[in-house]
Design a protein around this ligand. Structure first.
Ligand SMILES: Nc1ncnc2c1ncn2[C@@H]1O[C@H](COP(=O)(O)OP(=O)(O)OP(=O)(O)O)[C@@H](O)[C@H]1O
Length: 257
């Protein structure tokens, strides 16, 4: 077991961003999934010790999350203010040295950043900036890496390559992807789906094996299958989700014919 979250709650005034949330995640590669406003960022802020929870606890690798060594855990945030004139390679080497384990060369190669390693951050395209920020979380071999929306601004080919890199890295480093987009369901070790601050589904690898996606039913009867963009669009129109159900391959095929 990698992560155990028990009865975690956090409110901002009257808004319950996390409402008595309990779930577990396995070692390897896991997802914390949810549409906009479901509580994902609040969870990552709590784990990063940016905000305290109102109640509940999180254990990572059997330790209270605040008792982990700083080098054991690292984060790549979706929105990051980064010094624009810092050179890519200098930054990665500095983190590697700070964490006492400089694997910069391997990380540059795994994330296809060798061609831009001498560039300054401001000289990178949006996609390369994201790749660099994601890559930097793996420098120094932390035990657990949290990646907030690692695929944003990444083109489809780079995304496929990045997923392959995660599958390679997960043998050594536990990876938790926090996102509203989901890929490669058959390759992940566990997932939790949040909605409106509550856990809707928490599934482990063996339960995920036969799932080909998700069917979301809205209160007005609208059904959306495997289309997170459409789900977010309907939520932004004020529609409310009634249920989210995993879809087995057999069910999916039966519904097509
Ligand atoms: N600082 C804050 N003050 C007031 N309300 C907040 C604050 N931060 C988050 N919220 C509210 O808490 C709820 C959960 O927000 P959170 O940012 O955790 O969701 P999210 O799943 O990360 O969403 P997104 O995918 O849009 O980033 C939302 O209703 C949001 O409006």
């Amino acid at each position: 077991m990698l992560l155990e979250c028990s009865n975690l709650s956090k409110s901002y005034g009257k808004i319950k961003a996390l409402d008595n949330v309990s779930f577990t995640l396995e070692k390897g590669l896991s997802y914390i999934l949810g549409p906009n406003g479901s509580g994902k960022t609040t969870f990552i802020k709590i784990v990063s010790n940016i905000v305290p929870p109102d109640s509940g606890e999180i254990k990572i690798l059997k330790k209270h999350y605040l008792n982990l060594k700083p080098n054991d855990i690292s984060f790549s945030y979706e929105k990051t203010v980064f010094p624009s004139s810092v050179r890519i390679i200098d930054y990665l080497r500095t983190i590697g040295e700070f964490r006492g384990n400089d694997n910069t060369d391997e990380i540059l190669s795994l994330f296809d950043l060798e061609g831009v390693k001498t560039k300054k951050f401001r000289e990178l395209s949006q996609g390369y900036k994201r790749r660099f920020l994601v890559a930097s979380a793996f420098v120094g071999f932390p035990k657990v890496v949290f990646l907030d929306e690692p695929f944003s601004n990444i083109d489809i080919i780079a995304k496929k390559k990045m997923m392959e890199t995660f599958l390679e890295l997960k043998k050594k480093i536990n990876i938790i992807i926090v996102s509203h987009v989901f890929t490669s369901i058959d390759k992940v070790d566990s997932i939790v789906v949040l909605h409106n601050g509550k856990v809707i589904k928490n599934l482990m690898k063996k339960e995920l094996k036969n799932i080909s996606g998700f069917r979301v039913v809205f209160e007005d009867g609208t059904v959306v299958i495997n289309n997170i963009g459409e789900i977010n669009r309907l939520i932004s129109q004020g529609k409310r989700i009634l249920s989210i159900e995993p879809l087995s391959l057999e069910k999916w095929l039966a519904e097509q014919f």
